[in-house]
Design a protein around this ligand. Structure first.
Ligand code: ADP
Ligand code: MG
Length: 250
């Protein structure tokens, strides 16, 4: 297709005190990639995500989105350019219904205050329904968010991220706390939505069956460094990766 990378991470670093949480990581995402970031706890996965969204500032290196530098930009600016992450549970308005929460996210993407939502029942209803149908929550549209199960709350977070109409979706442990069956199902939903909406995804996941069954590319972090990056087959065959995962898990 001759398209350039959507995201380029060049030699990016972040240190906390003496801890090199992210130590000179480079990789690129092409449009349509579904890339997993794997690595043991403390490997630097969440720190990397926080650098990409502007929640943390890089100590060194560059991040380019569509060829334009975004490192140093504040989170709302990066979000406006088209990078969304799953919202954490407190970002959901417990007092609103599932549908109203998605409407609030759509309002905010389109430059209107989410606080207006109570007065704007009916606004973006079709768009909200489309997002809810995609994540499999349309049947719960009129339920209060406080009543959702953990698995449905995870789908809700996905719906809110999608409502902000991103080009790049960042999912940090989107299946945390789920059974392996629910994990596989949620990630299948993600992949289907990625194809339908022409998205690019970077996600973390601990279940290696889900990772290898879902990702088109895999980045392996270890002590903040990129140990390997490539197709699932390339990563699986990498001796250093095998060592980190004790030879058995992959
Ligand atoms: P992962 O998500 O792969 O489990 P993290 O990015 O959360 O790893 O953490 C990487 C390293 O950075 C760990 O050693 C962690 O203790 C440290 N770290 C992460 N965030 C902070 C912080 N805000 N302050 C101090 N140390 C941190
Ligand atoms: Mg983490």
């Amino acid at each position: 297709m001759g398209e350039g990378p959507l995201l380029e991470v060049r030699d990016v670093s972040k240190t906390f005190g003496g801890v090199h949480a992210v130590a000179g990581v480079s990789f690129a995402l092409r449009p349509g990639d579904v890339q997993a970031v794997i690595g043991p706890n403390g490997a630097g996965k969440s720190t990397l995500f926080n650098l990409l969204t502007g929640q943390l500032a890089c100590d060194g290196g560059r991040i380019l989105f569509r060829g334009e530098r975004i490192d140093g930009a504040p989170p709302h600016q990066i979000w406006r350019k088209g990078i969304s992450r799953t919202f954490q549970v407190p970002a959901v308005f417990q007092s609103l219904t599932v549908r109203e929460n998605v409407q609030a996210a759509l309002l905010s993407r389109r430059g209107m205050s989410g606080r207006l939502v109570a007065k704007t029942a009916g606004l973006f209803e079709a768009d909200a329904a489309a997002v809810l149908a995609q994540v499999g929550l349309l049947g719960y549209a009129d339920d209060g968010c406080g009543t959702l199960s953990l698995g449905d709350m995870k789908r809700m977070e996905l719906a809110l991220a999608l409502a902000s109409e991103p080009a790049l979706l960042l999912l940090d442990e989107p299946t945390a706390g789920m059974s392996s069956e629910e994990r596989a199902e949620l990630m299948e939903t993600v992949v289907r939505i990625v194809r339908e909406r022409n998205l690019t995804v970077l996600f973390t996941e601990h279940d290696m069956d889900v990772v290898f069954g879902t990702a088109t590319r895999i980045l392996v972090l270890h002590h903040g460094r990129a140990l390997a990056e490539g197709t699932p087959a390339e990563v699986r065959g990498n001796p250093e990766v095998q060592q980190v995962y004790l030879g058995g898990a992959l």
